[in-house]
Design a protein around this ligand. Structure first.
Ligand code: LLP
Length: 426
């Protein structure tokens, strides 16, 4: 085994020296392979399919290039995500715009930039979209988000479809859906396309997706009996990734096969005419492709713990503090040594909860060694903050032995740029 960690042909210890730490590294090959696998396996001869990458997991123009090259569409959830896609020349017609409280500004912006499909979350939002579409003269397609009341077994913050969820129209309110469809069809600016649901994130259970599809197709059948046409179904994302050896996510081909089989069978049983099926994977495309490199700055032994201190922490990875997320790691310059030291990896933020990994066996490290934390590609950078005025790390894509920086390190000057002293008329 090589002494130093190699990712996609690039030596991580040399990379850490070149960029400084912390730095987030993504294997471009791994992301390309995941996008291609979803695209290849999500196929049916009964209906069309489309993979929408959920940009909230991680986005930047270089990432959007990969999504575009793979022929996938994009799930966005804010004006900021629409803006980055627009600037990256992403095909706007392939964008779905989500969110439970799109502001008038965001609705304007998305309509004017040609977003292909709005996922409408509520009746009030529909009124707003119709009004702004009329005002701007812009048209778009509309999908209604449904809450199918399905609880997937995942962290409570990652559940999105229990009865009290803030998202979507409750499945037991078909009259609300029918009213919304009528308004969409009558307004002349929106074209009703179908339904969307998303049942959570980091889901390991195939059965949850089968239940979701069955429930949604059943709903479509009920409403079609009342004379409405519902050509599209978008079942969201939520497919799990491997963080530690305890995780056994469903492999991409199997996820896709499960979805296609469930959809084909439900469509036949319920006798509905589904034209197009969409999925929205985020985590499963980028999580495992990403790692974060830190420099070890010190150690501390307390009564029952040995801490390793790293030069980042909850500012670049809030997930352990927020979701008790588990990670695995290695000392990147000691890959050939045994993992016989049990340590707790703590960040540099002024918060006791700033622990990235609790009680993990690693190689015996020294100050200056490089710690590689695996599977940080999803919701790491995108949820990073400036807490304690720590700048966000740079992001590097590696592929076949070469490395390119796609987001540079955030400097004090970058943070200072927002400071001002402007008199307000209030
Ligand atoms: N579609 C919709 C409507 C969503 O709300 C989400 C995620 C996705 C797709 C993508 O889900 P994925 O395939 O990535 O699981 N910050 C949390 C995850 C929040 C997920 C929010 N919605 C975390 O770090 O675990």
């Amino acid at each position: 085994m090589s002494k130093e960690l190699i990712i996609d042909g690039v030596n991580m210890v040399s990379l850490a020296k070149a960029t400084g730490t912390p730095v987030m590294v993504f294997s471009q090959t791994e992301m390309e392979n995941k996008l291609a696998a979803f695209k290849k396996h999500l196929v049916s001869d009964k209906f069309e399919t489309q993979v929408l990458y959920a940009g909230k997991a991680f986005t930047c123009p270089a990432m959007l290039e990969l999504v575009k090259a793979a022929g996938c569409g994009l799930d966005t959830v804010s004006g900021g995500e629409v803006d980055i896609a627009f600037r990256a020349n992403f095909p706007m017609e392939k964008i779905f715009f989500h969110g439970n409280n799109k502001t008038p500004f965001e609705i304007h912006q998305a309509l004017l930039s040609g977003v292909g499909t709005f996922v409408i979350d509520s009746e009030i939002e529909l009124e707003n979209v119709i009004a702004i579409a009329n005002e701007t003269g812009m048209s778009t397609q509309a999908v209604i988000r449904i809450n199918p009341h399905i609880s997937a077994h995942t962290h409570k913050y990652d559940v999105t479809a229990d009865r009290d969820s803030k998202f979507g129209i409750s499945i037991d309110k078909p009259e609300v859906m029918l009213g919304m469809i009528e308004k969409i069809n009558a307004c002349g600016k929106l074209v009703f396309k179908g339904f969307h649901a998303h049942i959570g994130s980091q889901i390991f259970d195939k059965g949850a997706f089968v239940t979701e599809i069955d429930t949604m197709v059943g709903l479509m059948a009920d409403l079609e009996k009342q004379g409405v046409k519902i050509p599209w179904l978008d079942i969201g994302g939520g497919f799990a990734a491997t963080y530690t050896e305890d995780d056994a996510p469903i492999p991409v081909p199997e996820v896709c096969e499960t979805i296609i089989t469930a959809a084909e069978s439900a469509v036949e049983r319920y006798g509905v005419s589904l034209e197009k099926l969409f999925i929205e994977p985020g985590r499963s495309i980028v999580a495992e492709a990403g790692i974060t490199l830190y420099t070890i700055g010190g150690f501390k032994n307390t009564y029952s713990k040995k801490y390793i201190f790293i030069d980042g922490g909850m500012s670049d990875n809030i997930r352990p503090a927020l979701y008790q997320a588990k990670y695995n790691c290695d000392v990147a310059n000691r890959m050939d040594e045994e993992k016989c030291d049990v340590v707790t990896v703590a960040g540099k933020c002024c918060e006791s909860g700033d622990v990235i990994i609790e009680d993990i066996a690693v190689q015996e490290a020294e100050v200056g060694d490089v710690l590689a934390v695996y599977t940080t590609g999803a919701y790491g950078y995108s949820m990073a903050s400036n807490y304690n005025r720590i700048g966000r790390p740079p992001v590097v894509f590696v592929k076949d032995g070469s490395a390119r920086c796609v987001i540079r390190r955030e400097t004090y000057a970058d943070m200072a740029i927002l400071e001002c002293s402007e008199q307000l008329d209030v």
